[in-house]
Design a binder for this molecule. Structure first.
Ligand SMILES: Nc1nc2c(ncn2[C@@H]2O[C@H](COP(=O)(O)OP(=O)(O)OP(=O)(O)O)[C@@H](O)[C@H]2O)c(=O)[nH]1
Length: 386
């Protein structure tokens, strides 16, 4: 499948750029990448996105909206048509889906994307998925006294959780699904968002790219090996759903021996066919699926609270042991309590890793989101008109 990736606001633009940077040449899933921001300094940084696809809006705004979501909404409202027109520089009409990246704690991204998503839903038939970061708790606090930055942000965003809750409420019923990344969970002790963001964005982009590239056709740059079970845009749509469900991704990989030790290439006299010890392949697949399910998800949740799940296992074809993949699927079934599960494989002849991606979707409840909501004052229904 081919995605139109649109980053809005600082986080959104940086994440969109990170995705473009890891889009694999042999299975490219990125049709176009756009970066939209009110802050020109941020747009200047995302140089991997070609200039015509970077767009500053709200010309009178100096350097972002500083978390003022109400202002963000009115700016979003004013500029949504302009942003939608900008997309005509790409190929939105033939995209299989839109992926709109945003940091939920902010005002530019948070203020604009509900309206942008709604507009995309009106203009195009393709589903619109939101890729959203949740704010870290340390962002809420003012800078610490005494010079030690002990994990407190140089610039606090006291409204970040409130903004996140409001923006998720606004997206409810418009975005097909919201794929979340929890900054809090991925930051190290005493690390600031500013210090960590490039690392976090690479981690997130790797997961997004590994998953979506499994749905992309091989380009001429890649050696073509057909997947046994191909996953496509329809499968992704089935798993993500269209009711603004929350989704999270788990990822595991294991490097394998490909050019020495005889594990990949058979040394038999009569065969140059790759041969792999079954036990090695089974073990690699078990390990990676275990990691994907049990190591950090992009948003932690109880797997049994997922309504749907997808497992993608990839690597050199000789390593993709059918029985191990089927067993892995059963592991996911058990962990999730046998919800609707789709599986696929991603043969990568040139690769020296076996990997697994698990997507859990329609997750409800999510403890972390409940906690953020519980700290947010009840919605002012008069203000939003809902
Ligand atoms: N993972 C990740 N999160 C980020 C990054 N930058 C910011 N964030 C998060 O996103 C939230 C919003 O920050 P921005 O995206 O810069 O905000 P904005 O949408 O540009 O809005 P304003 O700055 O208020 O105009 C922050 O509170 C952080 O939680 C980033 O590069 N990566």
């Amino acid at each position: 499948m081919q995605l139109e990736v649109i980053g809005v606001g600082g986080a959104g633009c940086r994440i969109a750029a990170a995705i473009l940077e890891v889009d694999p040449a042999d299975h490219s899933f990125v049709a176009d990448v756009f970066a939209f921001d009110t802050d020109s300094a941020c747009l200047d940084e995302v140089t991997s996105i070609p200039d015509p696809y970077r767009h500053r809006y709200g010309e009178t705004i100096e350097s972002g909206l500083n978390g003022n979501l109400q202002r963000g909404r009115s700016v979003g409202n004013e500029y949504v048509e302009e942003l939608s027109r900008r997309l005509d520089r790409g190929r939105p009409a033939v995209a299989d889906a839109f992926l709109v990246a945003v940091g939920l704690g902010g005002a530019t991204g948070g203020g604009t994307i509900p309206q942008l998503v709604e507009n995309l839903q009106t203009l195009y038939d393709a589903p619109v998925y939101v890729l959203a970061t949740l704010p870290a708790e340390r962002e809420l606090a003012p800078p610490s006294d005494g010079g030690s930055d002990a994990g407190n942000e140089p610039t606090a965003r006291p409204m970040a959780e409130e903004n996140a809750t409001r923006t998720l409420e606004e997206l409810d019923g418009t975005a097909d699904a919201v794929l979340c990344f929890d900054n809090e969970r991925w930051l190290k002790t005493a690390e600031t968002m500013a210090d960590a963001r490039d690392r976090l964005n690479r981690e997130l982009a790797t997961r997004v790219a590994t998953f979506f590239s499994a749905t992309a056709d091989a380009t001429e740059e890649g050696e073509v090996t057909a997947a046994e079970t191909i996953i496509d845009a329809n499968d992704v749509g089935r798993i993500f759903g269209n009711e603004t469900g929350i989704a999270t991704i788990g990822y595991g990989k294991q490097r394998i021996e490909t050019d020495s030790g005889g594990s990949r290439f058979g040394l038999g006299l009569f065969s140059a066919e790759p041969s792999v010890e079954t036990s090695e392949a089974v073990s690699a697949i078990e390990t990676t699926i275990g990691k994907a399910l049990r190591d950090r998800l992009t948003l932690e949740c109880e797997p049994e609270n997922a309504a749907r799940a997808m497992l993608v296992v990839g690597g050199p074809p000789a390593w993709l042991n059918r029985r191990a993949i089927a067993d892995g699927r059963r592991t996911i079934e058990e962990a999730t309590g046998s919800v609707e599960i789709l599986g696929g494989d991603a043969p990568r002849p040139e690769s020296d890793v076996v990997f697994a991606v698990v997507v859990l979707a329609g997750v409800d409840p999510v403890e972390r989101l409940e906690a953020i909501r519980s700290r947010t004052t009840p919605l002012d229904r008069d203000r939003t008109g809902r």
